[in-house]
Design a protein around this ligand. Structure first.
Ligand SMILES: O=C(O)c1cccc(C(=O)CC[C@H]2O[C@@H](n3cnc4c(=O)[nH]cnc43)[C@H](O)[C@@H]2O)c1
Length: 242
């Protein structure tokens, strides 16, 4: 199976590729550069060809990068991966969240009666659902929380905003900025999507001292080491079905 894994920044791509490199890699291949300037790292495991793309920060950049890669090669699955904010207490810094729903949390309209999501306005959609069995197996193998992951264009920085999001999405495990963009591009190509987030900070009042980016990147690498066999298994099943 060939899978496209989309990260926002190079450090996340490095963690993902490290996790997918089971033995010390004597030769670390240089990434290719796709049109648009997107670096694409390749990892080949038995039964799994993984392309790890650095697509930029935010849903629009992520969608553009993902669509570029999907136009250039055939994939069976697209994964949005990186660090994110975790909703307390379920997703503390250093933990992992696998999305059972990829939710556009701020795509819509503010009204006197509150936020209305874009699909309720009659446009497009605001949720993409990863294959349920794949998401469940991924969460089990990585020890992750299986929960909705919110995509936001603005990082939450106040208790009030965190409470508002939690009230609208009581089961949310994490927020990040790329998942829905990756999912929209995947859906446009008829492909399933998965989202994996390693928690670097709590969703809440802005506190740069509370960031645990190193811990999150390490958790992301560990997570992808555990995820490799799940993807191989899912790919074998998927190929038998098609
Ligand atoms: O300046 C801040 O207060 C701040 C706090 C958290 C994250 C940022 C970023 O600019 C990181 C954006 C980058 O990382 C992902 N990410 C990490 N934590 C969060 C979060 O709490 N909410 C949303 N996104 C987060 C995101 O996917 C981007 O790729 C700045």
């Amino acid at each position: 199976m060939r899978v496209l894994i989309v990260t926002a920044v190079g450090a996340e791509a490095d963690s993902v590729t490290a996790g997918l490199t089971p033995l010390p890699d004597p030769v670390t291949p240089e990434p290719r550069t796709l049109p648009g300037g997107y670096p694409l790292h390749r990892r080949d495991l038995p039964g799994l060809a993984a392309d790890v793309l650095v697509g930029g920060v935010g849903p629009a950049a992520a969608a553009a990068a993902t669509a570029t890669a999907l136009a250039l090669a055939d994939y069976s699955l697209v994964v949005s991966a990186g660090i994110g904010g975790g909703f307390a207490p379920a997703a503390p810094p250093g933990s992992l969240v696998v999305a059972d729903a990829v939710v556009a949390a701020d795509l819509g309209a503010e009204t006197p009666d509150g936020f209305v999501p874009v699909d309720a306005l009659g446009f497009g959609r605001s949720v993409h659902l990863p294959p349920a069995e794949l998401a469940a197996r991924a969460a089990e193998a990585t020890g992750a929380l299986l929960a909705p992951v919110l995509t936001v264009s603005t990082v939450t920085g106040t208790a009030a905003r965190a409470a508002e999001l939690a009230a609208r999405h009581p089961l949310a495990g994490a927020e990040a900025m790329e998942g829905f963009g990756v999912a929209e591009a995947a859906a446009a190509h008829g492909l399933p999507v998965l989202e994996v987030r390693a928690v670097s900070n709590p969703v809440g009042p802005r506190d740069r001292d509370a960031w645990r980016i190193g811990d999150a990147l390490a958790a992301l690498a560990d997570g992808f080491q555990a995820l490799g066999p799940v993807l191989v298994h899912w790919g074998e099943h998927h190929e038998r079905q098609s």
